[in-house]
Design a protein. Structure first.
Length: 552
């Protein structure tokens, strides 16, 4: 088997690149270890807690014991299925802030500032505002990825936005448009009641072309010939074979598996590879380093009225929702239930938001366990730009072995201060008049938890990953010793090999990572094809005019 391009990983970036490369007439083979995304557990948006807790769809990775969290091991779900993590995620659509991308460019990823990436966000989108307003001229109208908004018919969604306004924060009609900062409607990758994953948006249309096909198997390593990537070695059904790439090998296997595959192939920190007896192709100290993630807490309130989704949190209620979705594609099953959002700044002197909110009209954990109190609601909150950095390394030279994942969460004192601020600012929002008709009492952390030490104890015990790992094959200038790829995704030190997924992010973006990952695949496809990038945008994002002196 051979093709012009061999892409490892049918996830967010890999599907987008496969679509664009095959559209241009190049032949593409996509290597994917996971299976089909058919069935209600993946396609029904409200069932989102199921696929990420199923070994059939998830690689099942865990962090090593986290030293700053009392030795807790945190789950690190990654999609092991067509569509990758876009088939098991929460379907929240956030581009990130314009200044995130300006920072990328300033740190060496030339050509990736906001003006460069904005046209790719527009190219990839088919945006539907659902009658809620927004910045249509900032959005795309005919791309493969449908982006929608929930119906927001529960009064709690509006109460959350109004409470933010009452607390003195801006309201924004479109956080993916000109103004991210503020409270407003949340967007989701859902279309006609179904999860609109990268598989549904990009891969399935691409596979209808003669130029694109998918190969099932575990990618073991990249094969080099005199420093040039020429093939991918895969294992399937106990047999090892090679898929040859006439032009390039492209890694889009996730920020966990892309660095793992590079190291198994001899690209990485020389001493670490020598420990595992792996012959060196290129000594790149940055492979597997710079690991970042978002952590979050769930602040839960008991509700004084029975208006939350808890009334469906029983066998009969779930069956009704499931049946309505199955037969009509509508109802509560057709939304991820994240329908209101907020982005705020934690203090004066920050030019753009560093805290994100997801609001949910039920008090429930990500694994689907509802709060014991019954009716309630919650805000997921966490800082966006933690200074902590971790790593991904090899456990052994066996391609089937899980990598060693060390996030090093909460290793910087700033993390603790930021999380305490998150809790206190959130309590203030829930105390506004807009929530007075709905709040009974605070479930979590609980009113008794007030001092810095008490809050720190709660944070250490309850903080969870938002499942946004990135940064492990950092994009940067060729003379940056920690850069792994150049600004066109080419792995430094070898030929005909690229990384194009969230591994390449120099720094984590504001919000959920699915949209930036797809955008990266879209933009990298133009680099791979040798095309001129899309013309730069001249749009000016909104920055709070009082950011130097005011927190809101």
């Amino acid at each position: 088997m051979e093709a012009d391009y061999v892409i490892v990983g049918a996830g967010s970036a890999g599907c987008a690149a496969a679509y664009r490369l095959s559209e241009a007439g190049a032949s593409v083979l996509v290597v994917e270890f996971g299976g089909s995304d058919a069935g209600p557990f993946i396609q029904m948006p409200a069932a989102l807690s199921y696929p990420m807790n199923m070994s059939r769809y998830d690689w099942g990775y865990w962090s090593e014991p986290e030293p700053h969290l009392g030795g807790r091991r945190l789950a690190c779900p990654r999609g092991k299925v067509v569509g990758g993590s876009s088939s098991i995620n929460g379907m929240v659509y956030v581009r990130g802030h314009a200044m995130d991308y300006d920072h990328w460019a300033e740190s060496g990823a030339e050509g990736w500032d906001f003006a460069d990436v904005q046209p790719y966000f527009q190219r990839m989108e088919s945006w539907h505002d659902g009658g809620h307003g927004g910045d249509a001229d900032w959005r795309g109208s005919d791309g493969p990825l449908h982006v929608t908004r929930g119906r927001r018919d529960n009064p709690l969604f509006e109460a959350f936005v109004e409470a933010g306004r009452q607390a003195g924060y801006p309201v924004t009609g479109d956080y993916n448009g000109q103004q991210q900062e503020g409270f407003g409607p949340m967007e989701q990758t859902v279309w006609k009641g179904r999860r609109w994953s990268a598989a549904n948006a990009y891969l399935k249309p691409a596979l209808k072309r003669d130029t694109c096909d998918i190969v099932r198997g575990l990618a073991r390593r990249v094969i080099f010939d005199d420093g040039r990537a020429v093939a991918v070695e895969i294992e399937r059904g106990g047999q090892v074979s090679r898929i040859r790439a006439r032009r390039e090998v492209i890694l889009a296997a996730s920020s966990i598996n892309s660095p793992k595959l590079l190291m198994l192939s001899g690209v990485g920190p020389g001493a670490h590879l020598a420990e595992h007896g792996i012959a060196l192709q290129a000594d790149r100290a940055g492979v597997g380093q710079n690991l970042q993630d978002h952590l979050e807490l769930y602040l839960q309130m008991a509700a004084s009225q029975p208006i939350t989704l808890y009334k469906y949190w029983n066998l009969w209620g779930k069956a009704l929702i499931g049946a309505q979705w199955l037969f009509t594609g509508t109802g509560h099953g057709a939304s991820n239930q994240f329908e209101s959002a907020g982005f705020i700044r934690s203090r004066a002197g920050l030019p753009y938001p560093d805290i994100q909110y997801h609001f949910l009209p039920i008090a429930v954990r990500y694994d689907g366990q509802a709060a014991a109190e019954g009716h309630g609601f919650q805000a997921h909150v966490g800082p966006m730009r933690s200074p902590s950095r971790g790593s991904v390394s090899l456990r052994s030279a066996d391609p089937a072995a899980d990598p060693v994942i060390r996030f090093n969460y909460m290793s910087d004192p700033q993390d603790w201060e930021d999380f305490r601020t998150c809790i206190r600012l959130t309590r203030e929002i829930f105390a506004q008049d807009a929530f007075k008709p709905y709040v009974k009492h605070e479930i979590q952390p609980g009113d008794a938890i007030q001092s810095d030490d008490e809050l720190n104890g709660f944070i250490a015990e309850h903080v969870e990953s938002a499942y946004h790992p990135c940064g492990t094959c950092k994009m940067g200038a060729k003379d940056d010793p920690m850069a792994v790829v150049d600004p066109q995704g080419r792995v430094i030190g070898v030929d005909a090999l690229r990384v194009i997924d969230s591994s390449v992010f120099p720094r984590i973006t504001n919000g959920n990572l699915n949209a930036p990952s797809i955008m990266t695949g879209e933009k990298m496809a133009d680099h791979i094809l040798g095309r001129d990038p899309l013309p730069r945008s001249n749009r000016e994002p909104w920055i709070n005019p009082n950011w130097k002196t005011a927190q809101r």
